[in-house]
Structures are given as C-alpha cells and as structure tokens.
Design a protein around this ligand. Structure first.
Ligand code: PA5
Length: 444
C-alpha cells in the first residue's frame, strides 16, 4: 500500500531547536518501548493495539447484521455518546458522500440530553422504518440510556415487542450493565465491546464497525489501512513511523509551552474526525494538571472566524493541518465573459488546487504570526486512509500520554459532573452531595 499519511513539519522547525527535538525523540522512544512492552499505566487497556488484525475474525457477523439493518430500515439511529458514537460518526461523515441517497439515513441520539432534538427526531421518524444500534460499554451511561428508553418505547408501540427486538442491536459489555440485561431479556442481537478496549479506542470494534458497515462503507479496507499503520508504528524512528513523528513534535512543542493544539481540517467531511480526535486527546492527556488542550477548526470556513485569533491572539498554541493531498473532486472554475467578480484569473483552476493553496497560504501566514504548524497529508479520503489516520492518532496519543507521565487510558475526570447531576436529580444514594450542592446554588 503506498504511503497513506505524510507529515510535513517544515513550519515547526524555526520554533524548535535540535536539542529540543532530540530530547523529545528520546522521550517518545521511551514511550514506544513502554507501549511495546505493555509496561505502562493502563496496560490492561491495550486491546486496541491489535484490533486491526483481530477484528477481521468478526467481520462476517458484523457485515451480516449491517446488511440486515440496511435492508430493513429507512433510518438507522446510533444511540451512544463519547467513544460509543464519535468513531462511527467520524468515519461515516468522512466517507459517505454529502447528500448521499441509497441505504438508510444514519442519525444519532443519546449524545446529549436536549429534549427538543429528541422531539424533532421522533417527528422525523413518522412513517419511516427505523432500526436502532444502541451502544454503551458500561451499559449505564445516562444520556444514551435516556434516549434509548424513549426510542425503545416508540419501536415497541410501532412494531410490537417481538418486531422491535428484531430491529434493535445492542453493542455492550459481554456480561455487565443494564443494557446487557435488557438485551438478553428482550432477545436483541448483541455485539461485545472487549474489556481491554476503552470507549475512545473502540472504533475498530463493533462499536464503530457495525454502524459504519450499515452506512454502506466497506470495513475491510478500513481495517487494512489501520493494519498498515500498525506495522509502521513498530519503528522507533520518526522518519518511518508517522505516529512517532507527530508525538515527538507535540512533545517538543508542549515543552516549549505551547499548550493548545488546533487541528485544522480543510475538508468539511472530516469535521467529525476532528471531534473524535478531540475526545481521544482530551480524555487521554488532560489529567493531573497536564496535557495539551485539543481544539479544532474547519477551514476555510473558520478562517473567517477563528482565523483572527490564530493569526494574532495569545501565542500559546500550535496548529496541525489535516489535508487531502490527493483531492481530485473534478470541479473547475467556469469561464465568465464579463469577469465582474474578478475571478477570471482562476478560470480552469480546480477547487482542489485553490483549497491546497489556501492551506499553504494559511500555514505560512500562521508561521509568520508565530504559530508553529505541521500538516498531516492524506493520500485521498478512502476507507484505507481513514483507517490509517485513526490508528495513527491512537498510537500517537498513547506515546504522548506516556511521555507526559499520565495514564492515557483512563478518564477519572468525567465522573465528577455525573455525581453532581445525579445529586441534583435526587438519585438515591446522593442525598448528602445534593444538600451540599443546593446550598452552593442557593436553592433548596
Ligand atoms: O472514552 C470513554 O470511555 C467515554 O467517552 C465513553 O465512551 C462514554 O462516556 C460512553 O460510555 P459508555 O460506552 O459506557 O456508555
């Protein structure tokens, strides 16, 4: 497989001297050894490392469930939050052409608690055949559990209990959690999230693969792309291992007090790849008072909003461009006799070329403005390159987390809002916290 991802760090170099890069390289080498020896914190959550190979064994079952959902549904609703929906959405949005028809519409629920959205979703489902893929590793997360309660009721009213059970697939733990219990009692088809794979690393399990396949995307090359990145990731050499290279640059920039990374895509269909990336890096690195804050923009749209800050604001950030270097969408600027819009100098140019020059111009402008930047260039947006890209980021964040000295595979901080929410909602067992919070809020 030809090179799927290339990193260009030319616009970083003036901000980092060789000694800083050498030190970062040493730290990332040590991280890679820790990962390979499985000796770091959270080593019982390294199941993701071999998924590109191991997931192949399960492909037939996933594909057959996906085919069944596709053939029986106008709409497939993926119910999940965080790692239980972002991977699927990232890949589906990246690879399903905008305005696509054919196959079920893929919609999402349980990724927030906004009632208006759910109300509008219920209205949208009128007269349409619906299937659900409800996804929760713990099987107890409030947001998807609430949405599932509402949607399950709709399904049972519409199709009867037995009919609904045929249209609901649950992806959850092998034995624990409320979702497992309901699925077993109701006879839903189920897929298992392995114990040793955390939510944000689960895109190559049925968590991601089932909805992706149900959207009509070929999952075999997705895994092949990830597998070829896994092979490259064995090298302790930034020139041969793109994840190592990226982690090394991030490490050097963090040491140089660049605490915010802006991932800037130039393709709107990659917006959810950047959302997935935010969760992956935010939850993996942001702990113990450490970590790079992951932010994202979608260009050139955001050059007309966030571009001002990036060019001229506080200099604590660096930028990573995400760009399809093989974009061949064949649309060209047409001729116009009058040239009233002054665009005749672009006549015959492809939009891909204009976008590429916007990216290059932005990178140089931001470098001149004091923002170190690198670019991740994709050799096309295909199942293989997207599979490679996601695995590239997974390895990079593991290396980065180890270099920071944190456990990249836990997320203790996400519990605190839940405890407060439960207390304020009078969940049994949270009475004392509820009283304390109400006092702080000044309410009874
Ligand atoms: O990465 C994570 O672990 C989290 O974002 C979870 O994926 C998210 O909270 C959903 O959890 P669950 O799959 O248990 O419902």
């Amino acid at each position: 497989m030809s090179e799927m991802i290339r990193i260009d760090d030319a616009n970083c170099r003036q901000f980092l001297d060789q000694a800083a890069l050498d030190a970062a390289q040493q730290r990332i080498s040590a991280s890679l050894r820790t990962l390979q020896e499985r000796s770091g914190p959270g080593s019982d959550f390294l199941g993701w490392v071999d998924l590109p190979i191991e997931a192949r064994d399960n492909l037939a079952a996933v594909q057959s469930a996906a085919d069944r959902l596709r053939s029986s549904s106008d709409v497939l609703i993926v119910v999940g939050i965080g790692g239980s929906y972002l991977g699927a959405r990232a890949v589906i949005d990246a690879l399903r052409p905008p305005f696509a028809s054919g196959g079920p519409e893929i919609l999402y629920a349980g990724h927030h608690i906004d009632g208006r959205y759910l109300r509008a979703l219920l209205d949208h489902l009128e007269g349409r055949d619906v299937s659900l893929n409800v996804i929760s590793k713990s099987g107890t997360t409030t947001e998807p559990a609430l949405a599932f309660r509402v949607l399950r009721r709709l399904m049972e009213k519409r199709y009867g209990k037995t009919g609904a059970a045929k249209r609901i697939v649950a992806t959850t733990d092998a034995s624990r959690g409320a979702l497992r219990k309901v699925a077993d009692e109701e006879g839903y088809e189920t897929f298992v999230i392995p114990d040793d794979v955390g939510g944000r690393f689960s895109v190559f399990t049925p968590v991601g693969l089932l909805p992706i396949a149900a959207a009509g995307i070929d999952i075999a090359p997705l895994l092949e792309g990830a597998a070829s990145m896994r092979t490259l990731n064995a090298h302790a050499d930034p020139a041969r291992n793109p994840s190592f290279h990226y982690a090394m640059l991030r490490d050097a920039l963090y040491t140089a007090e660049r605490y915010i990374e802006v991932l800037a895509s130039f393709h709107p269909q990659l917006q959810y790849v950047t959302e997935w990336w935010k969760q992956l890096f935010g939850e993996s690195e942001g702990k113990e008072g450490k970590g790079i804050f992951p932010a994202a923009v979608s260009n050139t749209t955001d050059l007309h909003s966030m571009g001002q800050y990036i060019q001229d604001g506080r200099r604590s950030l660096f930028e990573t461009f995400l760009f399809d270097a093989a974009d061949d969408a064949a649309i060209h600027v047409p001729s116009a006799e009058d040239d009233t819009d002054g665009l005749n100098y672009l006549e015959g140019s492809s939009f891909a070329d204009i976008n590429r020059n916007a990216m290059r111009g932005t990178a140089l402008a931001h470098r001149a403005g004091g923002v170190p930047n690198a670019s991740i260039e994709l050799n096309g947006i295909t199942p293989a390159t997207i599979g490679a890209l996601l695995y590239f980021f997974e390895t990079a964040v593991a290396l980065s987390g180890y270099a920071l000295g944190v456990n990249p595979f836990d997320q203790p901080g996400v519990e605190e809002y839940k405890r407060n929410m439960f207390a304020l909602l009078n969940k049994p067992g949270y009475e004392e916290r509820g009283a304390m919070l109400r006092e702080q809020l000044g309410t009874r």
